[in-house]
Design a protein around this ligand. Sequence first.
Ligand code: PEP
Ligand code: MN
Length: 338
Amino acid sequence: MIIVMEREATDAAVAAVEAKIRGKGLDVHVSRGTERTLIGAIGDERKLDPEMFEAMEGVEKSMHILKPYKLVAREWHKANTVIDVGGVPIGGKTVQVIAGPCSVETHPQMHAAAAGVRAGGARLMRGGAFKPRTSPYAFQGKGIEGLKLLKDAAASRKLPVVTELMDARMLDAFLEHGVDVIQIGTRNMQNFDLLKAVGQVSTPVILKRGMSATISEWLMAGEYIAAGGNHNIIFCERGIRTFETAYRNVLDVTAIAVMKRETHLPVIVDPSHAGGKAWLVPALSCAAVAAGADGLLIEIHPTPKEALCDADQALTPDEFAVLMHQLQAIARAVGRDL
Ligand code: PEP
Ligand code: MN
């Protein structure tokens, strides 16, 4: 059972609901978000009826949720949730594009990339400062210095930034450096301590799908973040592992439609890590927007051949601008803007 409190519900009203649930012998989980408080009753729900709470002060609505994921489920929140990232709405009518290099490398690289992001019409910039690399000998990212370079280049074009957090011990540094969206990568989708840590802050989180995770596991990972009180979650499909070896991962287009049905939260797509080749990015981007994605996360680099990470899949700024133009027509065809 989930009890949705009104935005202005008082602590006393929350405590009264809590007491009523405990009185019936069930446990309580309170998730205090910046927008509203959600109360979950854990235990034998047959002892509860939604009507028991509906007349109580501060209660907006209450209902049984059948799915194992509760707070992220569309069951209690039929409308799409729109997440504001520094004035850029994600999950609304406009398909938002986040673009930038795989890794933050240098000041000139980041400024050229930021210019490309803006020229193409994207509203947010990405760039990895802490890189999860398969080899310990590969470029690991610039660390804190990278966060500064990313923020500086993006600020010059008034773009909020997205960057990956691998270690909960770096969370404070991310907040101090003004990271606008925290990305949890595919390799950490079920790093539950990391999920709990980002659940404690209000910074929006992009939660990438684990490369071998089911949709249900992915939603449950989102539930960990929401349970902590951070309701600003953006799911990102980035391709899954299958028997196919002709390209990097299989973009699970079906998952976009399934996720949009299962969750009220925004669902975006990363065509770059799905395809792994720059020439595949346009086709996968078009498919994603046509299937209902709320946004795209695309790797671009001023000189892809020189990229220190994921050189094969980066678009040049010119290729990116052409793609953005093409995507506008697809977005319009499905009743969206871009
Ligand atoms: C990335 O976006 O830079 C990245 C490492 O992605 P993923 O976690 O999807 O591999
Ligand atoms: Mn990459």
